[in-house]
Design a protein around this ligand. Structure first.
Ligand SMILES: [Zn+2]
Length: 339
């Protein structure tokens, strides 16, 4: 049983040395010393040959258990050393540069809207607000769109709450709200979202932005409208831009016109954007229909006015050569960063 006594001494020393091992290196030395190919336990196994046959199971069991004890101790110590090292590594290094928060900027549509409004503000237009949820009266009736008009169909408008309310399909609603509140002279612009249940594609969206402007006073004539719009077009698109008015129909203006500007991209020579026509359609306008004045109890024999409306999305697309309206609403930072 001399070997067993020797093994018990080895166990005592091993436990003491394991506790004393103060680093991963020392632990590795300890592992080689006891568990290595030429280590203490290997030589003990070799010495089994000299043990009496009856004592062999007892000695063998002791060696196995000692091996397990040492392995377990090694694993635990190694784990705690590694965790300690990791927490040292993860210690907050205040000298490292911080995480810089990315600064956002205004959306290209909002910038376009503000740029356009700024031009009208310089011409003494007042910027007003108007609700997006409207009644049929403000969206249709008061704008001279009678009950049987096709734009009243549900597929042309989003109705909410049993048809009593709807999402406005044009910013012209602001005209009625403003004229109800104030007496002429009125000279305002209003910008905001409008809604149409259109299928979404490269040039259509169920929501987009419009700018509405109008003037009501005594003696307002069509040439005032032309003058204001020409001033706007030159300020916004460039001093060389020319305009043309094409007769059109809107229920709330009479006469009405669609307004084109000469293509600033190709200089009217013809390009893909202007469909090789040399002209770009940018807005709709006209003299306010006297019937609209009846709804707000204005005396149409005394007052006249003009109104115009433009799509902000379309103008932004033309100005920046954007070919797909969906890019404005997808929130892709790679696109938005370019503005
Ligand atoms: Zn062109």
């Amino acid at each position: 049983m001399k070997l067993l006594d020797k093994l018990k001494n080895i166990e005592k020393t091993a436990m003491k040395e394991a506790v004393e091992a103060g680093s991963l290196d020392e632990l590795e030395q300890f592992r080689i010393k006891y568990l290595g190919r030429k280590g203490v336990l290997s030589s003990a196994i070799k010495n089994m040959a000299h043990v009496a046959k009856k004592d062999k199971p007892k000695v063998g069991k002791f060696i196995n258990e000692l091996k397990q004890k040492i392995t377990l101790l090694l694993d635990e110590k190694e784990k705690s050393f590694r965790e300690e090292a990791k927490s040292l590594f993860e210690y907050d290094d205040t000298t490292l540069p911080g995480i810089v928060a990315e600064l956002g900027h205004r959306h290209p549509l909002i910038r376009t809207m503000e740029d356009i409004l700024d031009i009208f503000k310089k011409m003494s237009f007042k910027v007003v607000d108007s609700p997006e949820i409207e009644t049929e009266f403000y969206n249709f009736e008061a704008l001279n769109i009678p009950k049987n008009h096709p734009s009243r169909e549900t597929f042309h408008t989003f109705y909410v709450e049993d048809g009593e309310f709807l999402l406005r399909s044009q910013t012209s609603t602001a005209q009625i709200r403003m004229m109800e509140k104030e007496k002429p002279p009125i000279q305002v612009v209003h910008a905001g979202k409008v809604y149409r249940p259109d299928a979404v594609d490269a040039s259509h969206s169920f929501m987009f932005y419009q700018i509405e402007g109008f003037i009501v006073d005594e003696g307002i004539v069509f040439s005032d409208l032309k003058g204001v719009l020409e001033k706007f077009a030159r300020e916004y698109f460039g001093q060389d831009v020319r305009m043309r008015f094409r007769p059109h129909y809107f229920p709330f203006t009479e006469p009405s016109a669609e307004v084109d500007i000469s293509c600033f991209i190709c200089g009217s020579k013809g390009c893909r954007v202007c469909s090789y026509k040399g002209w770009l359609e940018v807005l709709g306008a006209g003299m306010i229909n006297p019937k609209v004045f009846e709804f707000v109890k204005y005396d149409s024999s005394k007052y006249t006015g003009f109104a115009f409306g433009m799509g902000v999305d379309r103008i932004c697309m033309l100005k920046h050569g954007i070919t797909d309206i969906r890019l404005f609403y997808e929130n892709d930072v790679r696109f938005l960063k370019q503005f």
